[in-house]
Design a protein around this ligand. Structure first.
Ligand code: HEC
Ligand code: HEC
Ligand code: HEC
Ligand code: HEC
Ligand code: HEC
Ligand code: HEC
Ligand code: HEC
Ligand code: HEC
Ligand code: HEC
Ligand code: HEC
Length: 320
């Protein structure tokens, strides 16, 4: 046999074999198609659930595919059963025609602990480092009370413009405060509760984002941190002594009007200075001071702290 003939013989053999394989595999595929399991629709391995829970489900459960949980290429993402449990009993009706609920549902009647186990198995640490000691956890708030898992890629609580709707379902008092004349621009959607709070808990009181009230405020109001040559004690102690961060009827988020605010700590009648006499033309009276639009602040302009080194009776009095 010439080399060439030999070559063709091999080619022919190969061709027959390839055809054979193709044929066999086609038959196999055809056979499989008959009893092919339904395909996954949005999450890897969701077919065992989505053969029933499909586009026609109301509310739309498949919308979860549009969230980060639906990033199938991300090997860490969940499937239906990661959250709802294996749910063997739910997959089939019982002889009496009933269908037991899945192992885990997220109803008001489901204990928060049971609900949260579904999430904390993957979401530990990071921003949720203090979850276990948080007020929310300890008051039985569930992850799913805030997070809408089967959403269209829009989780209300994570959007500045819609977050408060979620918080206000439980926090009516803060809603009332935020609607007062002086407030942080939260109702305007420029800020969110989560700019100051970590709703997953924190090392600070009141689930504040930073380690204290002041550290939280300094994040945006750095100029109030100083350092100042002359400090005003309550300012360095806690901004919320004078301000209500959510909202007030008095100007500038102040808890009380002037001069009442100052008079919680400073006795107006002890203001024994010439200045007061100049002001009223008679002996010191808080009424005279109160009658001035800005009262104490007209003279004590740098109430958060002063850097004046000219003399202690100006800088030390926060007058420059
Ligand atoms: C054979 C069809 C079928 C399969 C498969 C199926 N379900 Fe269901 N499921 C139903 C029906 C029917 C209901 C009741 C719907 C209703 O009442 O509106 C239901 C209800 C539910 C509910 C709501 C239960 C409640 O009480 O609130 C959840 C959650 C659920 N299924 C999850 C799953 C998950 C997860 C899987 C896969 C492990 C799954 N289902 C597989 C048919 C099925
Ligand atoms: C990340 C966890 C998670 C995954 C994954 C998940 N679910 Fe859910 N499911 C929930 C939560 C939480 C609820 C309660 C409603 C909500 O918060 O959106 C819920 C509610 C439901 C409901 C009831 C809807 C209602 O409000 O009556 C059904 C049905 C359901 N899921 C089916 C599925 C199916 C099918 C899959 C897979 C395609 C799936 N779930 C994947 C967490 C999950
Ligand atoms: C099997 C693991 C797993 C489970 C269970 C799980 N998640 Fe997730 N989750 C992920 C992964 C992975 C991401 C994507 C993380 C990323 O992109 O950084 C994610 C992202 C998120 C996000 C951010 C979504 C976004 O758009 O950035 C939220 C909110 C969330 N999960 C809440 C929950 C809640 C609530 C539950 C319980 C009902 C839950 N998860 C259960 C793995 C899981
Ligand atoms: C009181 C409401 C609330 C509860 C309860 C809650 N979250 Fe959140 N979660 C939020 C808010 C608000 C954000 C957005 C925070 C931000 O933008 O700074 C968020 C963001 C997230 C994110 C994405 C960004 C990040 O921080 O990594 C994940 C993941 C998440 N939450 C998981 C969970 C899990 C898991 C639980 C339960 C253990 C839970 N959340 C409980 C309100 C809540
Ligand atoms: C399902 C109800 C619920 C939702 C939704 C909810 N909370 Fe709460 N929250 C509570 C409960 C209960 C407490 C403890 C009692 C109280 O102070 O009212 C609490 C306490 C707090 C506290 C005080 C913590 C402390 O240690 O004293 C802050 C801050 C807070 N929530 C912020 C938020 C923010 C921000 C949101 C929205 C992102 C939110 N909450 C959504 C139920 C909820
Ligand atoms: C500018 C920062 C800031 C913003 C924005 C903010 N908070 Fe607060 N919040 C605080 C501080 C500081 C405290 C603790 C001091 C206080 O109670 O005045 C607090 C306390 C709380 C408390 C506990 C009240 C108590 O009496 O124990 C709740 C509940 C709360 N905030 C909910 C919310 C909610 C809901 C939102 C969004 C609507 C929100 N906060 C927005 C700074 C803020
Ligand atoms: C995430 C940024 C941010 C944080 C954190 C923050 N603020 Fe503000 N603050 C703002 C913005 C924005 C305004 C509005 C400025 C404007 O309207 O020009 C504002 C305004 C104010 C005002 C003036 C309000 C007025 O009517 O003029 C006071 C007082 C104030 N903040 C106090 C605080 C205190 C106290 C804290 C800490 C509990 C705090 N802020 C935390 C962003 C922040
Ligand atoms: C002793 C009471 C008091 C304390 C404590 C206090 N403030 Fe003020 N704050 C005031 C007064 C009074 C005004 C109004 C000043 C004016 O109208 O000129 C004001 C105004 C403000 C303003 C708006 C005007 C400006 O000066 O920018 C901001 C922002 C502010 N304070 C932030 C803070 C922060 C942050 C802290 C904590 C570090 C704090 N305050 C602590 C009394 C106080
Ligand atoms: C929570 C209590 C408290 C409030 C409210 C308060 N202060 Fe003070 N203030 C103090 C303390 C404490 C000192 C330090 C006293 C000392 O060193 O003798 C101080 C010091 C001063 C000083 C300097 C006194 C000196 O002898 O050097 C002036 C001026 C002053 N405060 C003005 C004000 C004004 C104006 C207001 C209202 C905007 C105000 N304070 C609100 C507690 C307060
Ligand atoms: C017309 C300007 C003016 C007004 C208005 C004013 N002060 Fe003063 N204040 C001064 C001067 C000047 C001093 C310094 C006097 C001195 O060194 O003897 C002073 C000193 C003080 C001191 C420290 C000395 C002392 O008397 O204890 C405090 C505290 C104080 N003022 C608080 C207030 C409060 C609170 C108000 C509002 C009720 C107020 N001041 C209104 C000008 C004023």
């Amino acid at each position: 046999m010439s080399h060439r003939k030999h070559f063709f013989a091999i080619m022919l053999q190969g061709l027959v074999m390839a055809l054979g394989i193709a044929l066999v595999s086609q038959v196999a595929m055809a056979q499989e198609a008959v009893k092919a399991p339904p395909k996954d629709l949005v999450l890897k391995g969701d077919a065992k659930c989505t053969r029933c829970h499909d586009e026609s489900d109301e509310p739309k459960v498949l919308s979860i595919g549009k969230t980060k949980h639906g990033t199938v290429a991300d090997g860490r993402t969940p499937t239906c059963t990661s959250c709802h449990g294996e749910s063997g009993a739910h997959l089939n009706k019982t002889p009496d025609g009933k269908r037991p609920t899945p192992d885990r549902v997220f109803k008001k009647t489901t204990p928060a602990e049971v609900q949260n186990e579904a999430c904390t198995s993957c979401h530990k640490g990071g921003n949720r480092m203090f979850w276990d000691t948080s007020t929310h956890k300890n008051r039985g708030v569930a992850c799913a009370s805030c997070h809408d898992v089967h959403n269209n890629g829009h989780d209300k609580v994570r959007d500045k413009h819609t977050q408060t709707e979620v918080c206000y379902t439980c926090h009516k008092e803060q809603r009332a405060q935020m609607s007062r004349p002086s407030h942080h621009p939260v109702p305007e959607g420029k800020m969110a509760c989560s700019d100051c709070h970590n709703p997953h808990g924190s090392a600070a009181p009141k689930q504040l984002k930073k380690d204290s009230v002041n550290e939280t405020c300094y994040e945006c109001h750095m100029e109030k941190r100083g350092p100042f040559v002359h400090n005003h004690q309550p300012v360095t102690e806690d901004c919320s002594i004078c301000h209500n961060p959510h909202g007030t009827t008095a100007q500038t988020l102040l808890k009380q009007r002037m001069p009442l605010l100052c008079q919680n700590c400073h006795n107006a009648s002890s203001h024994r200075t010439q200045a007061m006499q100049q002001l009223s033309g008679r002996s010191t009276s808080s009424g005279a001071i109160a009658s001035m639009a800005r009262g104490c602040l007209n003279c004590h302009t740098n109430i958060h702290g002063s850097n004046s080194t000219t003399s202690s009776s100006t800088g030390g009095r926060f007058r420059q």
